[in-house]
Design a protein around this ligand. Structure first.
Ligand code: SF4
Length: 236
């Protein structure tokens, strides 16, 4: 359960983060109408984004809701390092969705591309999506408290499968298994951690199907990040 339904002493509880509290003085000073005039119809006010990863100027930027992903990544964070191409962005951290270049001109607001917590983990063209998923799976496996079986076992299995994939030992059937694990955890995890453990993978699958296929069928990591060639060579 989330705090709004079951929080402090078992009662509904509001948890305000610093970002919310920081907006209060200006609302008191300038009025609610002023604040409501910023942003979009469904997402009023400003939002703090923290682009990191392969951007030139990682940092913390406050912008009105409704700016595009491109504006944040290129106008504020300076674009992709070393003049490389943008490949993907993990929106909101490990529990968020993955978007590709087709989403650069989408607006960051409830009506279009929900920004989540505001973390924007950016990957350039040389990064591997399967390697990213293996890293995310490590995070969830480590963080799972083990209270409920689908999350405790599911995060472990996801990590195993992604590790096989990055070593060139996966099979195309693994994608179905991963989807099934993600769906099961989404329905049966007792808290948000388990429920969202498979979100990044599921969102990445239609966008990067060729990259998954290369790892699973052709046993090749197109970016050369995964050490699969070396592992396969050692096995021979
Ligand atoms: S879903 Fe939440 S409560 Fe259940 S094992 Fe995972 S972290 Fe623990």
């Amino acid at each position: 359960p989330f705090p709004p339904t079951y929080g402090l002493m078992g009662q509904p509880t509001i948890v305000n983060n610093v970002e919310t509290i920081a907006a209060v003085p200006n609302i008191i000073k300038n009025g609610a109408e002023w604040y409501a005039s910023i942003g979009t119809k469904e997402s009023k006010g400003t939002k703090i984004f923290s682009p990191c990863g392969d951007v030139l100027y990682p940092g913390v930027y406050e912008v009105p809701f409704g700016v595009t992903l491109r504006e944040v990544l290129y106008n504020m964070a300076g674009g992709i390092k070393s003049g490389k191409a943008f490949k993907a962005c993990l929106m909101g951290g490990p529990s968020g969705i993955v978007v590709g270049p087709e989403s650069l001109d989408r607006r960051l607001c409830s009506e279009d591309l929900p920004p989540g917590a505001g973390a924007l983990i950016v990957l350039d063209e040389d990064k591997c999506i399967v390697d990213l998923m293996q890293n995310i799976a490590q995070f969830f496996y480590h963080e799972s408290c083990g209270q409920c079986v689908p999350c405790r076992e599911g995060t472990k299995r996801m990590l195993e499968i992604f590790t096989w994939m990055t070593a060139g030992a996966g099979s195309e059937e693994d994608l179905n298994l991963l989807e099934s694990l993600a769906n099961t955890m989404s329905l049966s995890g007792k808290c948000g951690l388990g429920q969202f453990a498979g979100v990044a993978f599921k969102s990445s699958l239609p966008l990067f199907a060729d990259e998954y296929k290369a790892h699973l069928k052709d046993k090749v990591c197109p970016t050369g990040v995964c050490m699969m060639d070396k592992v396969l060579e050692e096995v021979k």
